[in-house]
Design a protein. Sequence first.
Lengths: 218, 218, 218
Amino acid sequence: MVATSTLLIILELTGTFVFGLNGALTAMDAEQLDLVGVVVLGMLTALGGGIIRDILIGALPPATFRDWRYLAVALASAVVAFVAGRYLTRVMRSINLFDAAGLSLFCVTGTSVAFAHGFGPFQATILGAITAVGGGTIRDVIIRRVPTVLTSGLYAVPALAGAAIIAVALDLGIYSTAVALAAAIVCFAIRLAGLRYDLNVPLARPRNNKEATEDLDP
Amino acid sequence: MVATSTLLIILELTGTFVFGLNGALTAMDAEQLDLVGVVVLGMLTALGGGIIRDILIGALPPATFRDWRYLAVALASAVVAFVAGRYLTRVMRSINLFDAAGLSLFCVTGTSVAFAHGFGPFQATILGAITAVGGGTIRDVIIRRVPTVLTSGLYAVPALAGAAIIAVALDLGIYSTAVALAAAIVCFAIRLAGLRYDLNVPLARPRNNKEATEDLDP
Amino acid sequence: MVATSTLLIILELTGTFVFGLNGALTAMDAEQLDLVGVVVLGMLTALGGGIIRDILIGALPPATFRDWRYLAVALASAVVAFVAGRYLTRVMRSINLFDAAGLSLFCVTGTSVAFAHGFGPFQATILGAITAVGGGTIRDVIIRRVPTVLTSGLYAVPALAGAAIIAVALDLGIYSTAVALAAAIVCFAIRLAGLRYDLNVPLARPRNNKEATEDLDP
């Protein structure tokens, strides 16, 4: 039990750190923001998913404000990105890797936290996926991109896959560190495959353009 | 009493379904999203208003996560839109009709739920209108449109009108199924009139453009 | 004690009023919205920060819906802006002054409320700053501007400075009306200096543009 919750906090803080790196580096790329902008967008990306989860679960105030380590780690990640951004992106090749890592870790922790608050496996899976995609969605809305969760088929799907593994394992009583890591790896692998091979789920058949335009007129 | 709450859940789930159709069809029109994008935007539109309401009321976790039917209906609406989108839009002529229907149903249920949680008629009216416009506002922010509630005069007004009828009826103790349906019809009729005749409330007098531009400089 | 909470509510309602003016005038400038749009954006700007604070603190329903004066003052500010907008902007020269005033008042009240709910000085400072920047951030997201908190270095910084003064004073037990006003003035002065002299915190070093573009590809 102690081991499980130690694992959980390690995964949470690691996820917070990598999401913070991604958000801060996004701020440096996309908008040429100053230090404060980089820190703010890094922290929003790092902490957004967990805050949304805790609000929906009703676990208020969110863990972010109950445990100082969340704020400290999020702040540290943004500062690291600000100072070492050029080096980090050269080593990692793509800041999407940080996002994929955060996605994988947060679908595991989000589902576990929801389950611990008494949600059934179906709801816990949805809440886990919301935790995983929440921070990146806030990031995208704030910098005025269409959120990745809408445009990239393999963003919600790996989050749901990882979350479902955790939810089933918890429901069957076979949750362990190995299961947690396996779920994170499954999510990470699907996300990476999607990024590398530009895989997607079926596209909606486009409707007649003229119709579509008319429909959108208010 | 049982009848009232049965009515409430029927109106809620119907509203969820039509908002889900609208959100999913919007995703298919506006952004050529894939299946996951369509489902995500459909579910956000369908469930967003109720989730905002439950957060503001403090009824956490939101009904969306306490009652599996909300998630199921929202998911179903998005799948129906994905499969039958072309047919649906041909029959309905405008996807705004779905939005108007959701608006009408959610202003009724949102006000009722707020009243049941002890809010006075004024606050219940505001919360009912927020429930009604919330899902569409989230939809618009996510796909980067200026929200309908800002640009279309007769969007907040019919929601407030329907909500006020319910709040007054509940306050006077004369709430009934007939009142609920009447309020929904009033809201729907005002919204449709606004859409059809392009009715609007008074425009703000434009200020001198040069001034305005200067003021907006940060 | 009575005096302190009377002071708090006066500062809150004054902050609500000036943020409402700013939001409503922004709506009139930026988007040529009608009366309803002006009122909605004014109220969102006025009430958004406090609502976010109360959700994060877990003080639900938010003060906005527990005390009718918030809704009334926010509504009044939007109506005043709609009626007297041209006159107001001529006298004040820049609607950013209203925003700066709201920022200064809300960092004081947000921190005080967070402290009263048992948060430590560090968390109370963060929550105070979130209260201060929240309404303007919602306003910017809704009208599709990159939020001021990201682009203007001296927006979060003055809010954090004012909030920190209050948090330290409360922690040391030396909080008084004079301290509250001093913190607000410090915040206001820093914000104004930033606006007037276009001061900023250090810019992130731009990375190689080609790299950056590749990284952003999903």
